[in-house]
Write a protein that binds this ligand. Structure first.
Ligand code: NI
Length: 263
């Protein structure tokens, strides 16, 4: 599959705090892309798990490439797979030295409105696991802002609301209890709505950049296969909104990621 390459960075400045190179969309071009990404300015990328097999492959990739790290977790879409046996296997996987977070976990009422209680249960167990292990959480929240906020308030884990899609009011709440906000390619979309305002209110020390690749490629590559190098385009838009330089935005978000992931 074709993927757009930029090669505009002279040094490795991009930290992609949320990627899914374990997705089948990368089958056939994964190795080529992994060899290319450092030349696209990519310093580090964290691959997230959505279930047990994808968590395991995130760990395997992290073993193969210095600049890749892993997060392990059960995505809310797969709450059925969040049984005790699976969670104890996740806990073991999370002991790996390159496993830096529990994720992607959270609530998704867009895809599944029927099983809110079940999603909440699996999410809460994984927040507690992260706290027990002293690792941050990578939180997915789609159309579930109130319940997500309640659980985060209750347990106050370290971590990030990835691909943040809430209101400025919700952003203010999240920032109050010390979590990071993850900003991805959506900020370059014309229909980004509330997000530009949110981006202007995040302090330097709470900002993370991410792709969520293979999805959400920034403009002008919307709909194409996304990869960590394209974060440059997201950073350019974020820098424009915040009246900062691209170098500054890339640098603070990379330092924040290193701090959050304890690297
Ligand atoms: Ni994701």
């Amino acid at each position: 599959m074709e993927y757009p390459l930029l090669s505009r960075l002279t040094e490795r400045a991009i930290f992609d705090s949320h990627a899914h190179y374990n997705d089948e969309k990368f089958d056939g071009c994964r190795e080529e892309l992994f060899a290319e990404l450092p030349h696209q300015g990519v310093l580090a990328a964290v691959n997230c798990g959505c279930d047990l097999p994808s968590s395991q492959s995130a760990v395997t990739m992290a073993e193969q490439y210095d600049y890749l790290y892993a997060a392990v977790g059960i995505h809310p879409e797969f709450w059925q797979k969040g049984d005790e046996e699976t969670l104890s296997q996740l806990e073991q996987m999370a002991q790996h030295p390159k496993c830096v977070a529990i994720g992607e976990i959270g609530l998704d009422y867009y895809w599944d409105k029927e099983h809110r209680a079940e999603q909440i249960l699996v999410f809460e167990k994984q927040i507690l696991l992260a706290k027990k292990l002293g690792k941050p959480v990578l939180v997915h929240d789609r159309d579930a802002h109130a319940d997500t906020l309640n659980l985060l308030k209750k347990h106050q884990p370290d971590g990030v609301l990835h691909c943040f899609s809430g209101s400025p009011e919700m952003a203010a709440e999240v920032l109050k209890f010390g979590m990071y906000l993850g900003i991805g390619g959506v900020i370059t979309f014309k229909n980004a709505r509330k997000l530009p305002e949110v981006v202007t209110m995040i302090p330097d020390d709470r900002l993370l950049l991410e792709t969520d690749c293979p999805y959400l490629a920034p403009e002008p590559y919307r709909g194409k296969l996304c990869h960590s190098g394209l974060i440059l385009l997201t950073a350019e838009r974020v820098a424009e909104l915040r009246h900062q330089s691209v170098e500054h935005v890339l640098s603070v978000s990379a330092r924040n990621a290193e701090k959050m992931f304890q690297l």
